[in-house]
Design a protein around this ligand. Structure first.
Ligand SMILES: Cc1cc2nc3c(=O)[nH]c(=O)nc-3n(C[C@H](O)[C@H](O)[C@H](O)COP(=O)(O)O)c2cc1C
Length: 208
């Protein structure tokens, strides 16, 4: 699969997981791709906790269900109705959760390139996640990013050390297929905008 194919075929995966175990060599390649990401000051501030224990998956899924309810309670009318039909995670079905965390202390105290922009560390972690996501796609695997959680809950669940911040729970696993259309489009929640709506020349604002 070439890079543009992987970019275009990548999909957030929820209902497609089969639970089929993933070959360890494939997983090593996927995490190798994540670990090859660029990072501010070469800080490589990411860690990956692989979670397979069904009781931990259950505890996280129960917490996410609660947070889903919190969000649902903020909606009304058509939004509430549309959201009620959208699946937001495949935690148990994927059989493997990957907690990606950020350690702001890594590579410090003087992180080259981060003195003015503290968030550059977080950006680096997100690039590792994107590398992981694309590599998983190229391997025919699915990834689903879950963000319906409280950071303290997840840090405690997988025993992150002091100073490490959870950035994502990724459901990772074998899939029956990767859908062509994102779920949020399929269910009418929101659509991908046209490229020209986000491309600007010279200045963001034009006209006045
Ligand atoms: C930071 C981040 C958090 C996300 N959180 C969730 C989530 O909690 N549940 C979910 O179903 N999808 C989640 N997604 C997936 C998005 O809904 C998805 O990327 C978007 O709808 C576009 O679809 P696609 O990834 O299949 O192209 C998240 C994606 C990102 C980048």
């Amino acid at each position: 699969m070439d890079l543009y194919d992987a970019i275009n075929r990548r999909r957030d995966t929820r209902a497609e997981f089969t639970g089929e175990p993933v070959d360890e060599a494939v997983l090593r390649r996927v995490f190798g791709a994540a670990h090859a990401a660029p990072s501010v000051g070469m800080s490589q501030p990411w860690d990956f906790v692989l979670v397979r224990d069904p009781s931990t998956l259950d505890r996280f899924a129960a917490h996410v269900a609660q947070e889903r309810d919190v969000f649902a309670a903020s909606l009304s009318g058509e939004r509430a109705e549309t959201f009620s039909r959208i699946k937001i995670e495949g935690i148990r079905e994927s059989g493997l959760g990957v907690v990606v965390s950020y350690d702001a202390g890594r590579g410090g105290p003087a992180v080259l390139g981060r003195h003015a922009i503290a968030d550059a560390g977080l950006y680096s972690v997100c690039l590792a996640i994107q590398n992981l996501w694309l590599a998983a796609t190229a391997e025919g695997l699915g990834v689903g990013w879950v963000s319906f959680y409280r950071e303290e809950f997840l840090a405690d669940l997988v025993d992150l050390p002091e100073g490490a911040r959870p950035v994502a729970w990724l459901c990772l696993g074998s899939v029956a297929n990767l859908p062509e259309v994102p779920d949020l489009e399929r269910f009418g929640w929101r659509h991908r905008s046209p490229l020209d709506s986000v491309l600007h020349q010279e200045r963001y604002r034009t006209g006045d």
